[in-house]
Design a protein around this ligand. Structure first.
Ligand SMILES: Cc1cc2nc3c(=O)[nH]c(=O)nc-3n(C[C@H](O)[C@H](O)[C@H](O)COP(=O)(O)OP(=O)(O)OC[C@H]3O[C@@H](n4cnc5c(N)ncnc54)[C@H](O)[C@@H]3O)c2cc1C
Length: 336
């Protein structure tokens, strides 16, 4: 097997951390993964499965093997009057997959346009944006288990999707390699305009299509979020905290302006960005790390910051949010 050694990862993480992997191996099919599990580099080193690196923060050089899924195919596997089933390999760029669906007039992923990363990582944290989540269109995933060395199929129920979580981010973290994902999309799309700003803009269009929704989502995202190729970042650094309704009622008495999102029975989801902003962090900079001026939930690398500098900065944000609101912010980004 052709391992690269001391492989630079700067272009493989959107925080643009200047880091290296001791070993690096791109994988294009399951036979290669099977072969890998018998190789001494795999057996004698720790390893990490890397997609597009848009949800990771490397704190140091990775003293092990980075496995990078590089299989790239999209295939319509079944279709009936209502649904189309599309299988995409893990290494396909997520937004290329969305573009494929939208070009063919299939509905369900258009609200998830322009999310960076790969299809293989999309079920890991159940990506979501503008009122849609991956779980709404997920049918099944083909996986390879690096411990048992067996191929498997994970159905929707087996994945235990939740807000920014799934079995792949918990019990099967760094054990199951997602090889491909099959999605079930609508052949007669029903637009999801539950996100207010999206609804306002799309309603101005006569007979809007999935393409119109995609274009609008791209426009909103481009206005609000920094492009990682220009301003390195990993999107939302923290998850929106979900707290008990009773606790929320107490906080609301002191801070009546707090925004909320729907959550499970008896719980309330707060807007992490608003909490950070109310602590005065928007635009704040410390050394080479800062909070983005348009979106307080996004931490940006202002130039050659180390992963540790970003972690330290993020801890200061967590501390001040806890002091002001008594709420714990959990990182959404995988800190490695
Ligand atoms: C500007 C910006 C905006 C963003 N906006 C959003 C958003 O709106 N909504 C949202 O949900 N996320 C958002 N993100 C986060 C990120 O895009 C997603 O989490 C994305 O799914 C990560 O994909 P990736 O391929 O880059 O994964 P990576 O960052 O490479 O990996 C993320 C995790 O998935 C695991 N993983 C990757 N590939 C596989 C595989 N094939 N099999 C098993 N495990 C795997 C890794 O081990 C790691 O734990 C944003 C990020 C950025 C930079």
């Amino acid at each position: 097997m052709k391992f690269s050694q001391n492989y630079p990862l700067k272009n493989l993480n959107t925080f643009a951390i200047n880091t290296k992997a001791k070993y690096y191996l791109p994988i294009s099919n399951v036979d290669e993964l099977m072969e890998l599990t018998a190789n001494e580099v795999f057996l004698n080193n720790k390893y990490f499965i890397l997609g597009g690196g848009s949800n990771v923060l490397f704190c140091s050089d990775f003293d092990g093997l980075v496995i990078h899924m590089d299989n790239k195919g999209i295939q319509i596997v079944d279709q009936n009057d209502s649904y189309v089933y599309i299988k995409s390999d893990a290494g396909v760029i997520w937004d290329d997959f969305v573009a494929f669906c939208v070009e063919n007039g299939f509905g369900g992923v258009e609200n998830l346009s322009l999310i960076p990363g790969t299809v293989g990582a999309s079920p890991v944290q159940n990506i979501g944006a503008y009122g849609s989540e991956l779980k709404d269109v997920f049918y099944e995933a083909g996986i390879f288990n690096l411990k048992t060395k067996k191929i498997g199929v994970y159905t929707h129920e087996m994945c235990r999707f939740g807000y920014r979580k799934s079995i792949f981010k918990n019990e099967l973290k760094n054990i199951a390699v997602v090889l491909n994902v099959t999605f079930r999309l609508k052949t007669e799309p029903v637009l999801n305009l539950s996100y207010k700003e999206l609804e306002r803009r799309v309603k101005e269009i006569i007979n809007p299509s999935v393409k119109d929704v995609r274009d609008t989502v791209i426009a909103i995202r481009t206005e609000k979020l920094p492009d990682p190729s220009i301003t390195p970042n990993a999107g939302s650094f923290f998850k929106n905290p979900v707290i008990e309704k009773n606790t929320f009622d107490e906080i609301l008495m002191i801070h009546p302006s707090l925004k909320t999102f729907p959550a499970d029975e008896g719980k309330v989801k707060l807007a992490a960005g608003q909490l950070i902003e109310l602590c005065g962090w928007k635009s704040k900079q410390d050394g080479k790390v800062a909070v983005h001026p348009n979106q307080a939930l996004v931490i940006i690398n202002k130039g050659n910051a180390s992963g540790n500098e970003i972690v330290e900065f993020s801890k200061e944000i967590q501390d001040s949010v806890f002091k002001k609101f008594g709420v714990i912010l959990e990182p959404e980004v995988n800190i490695i």
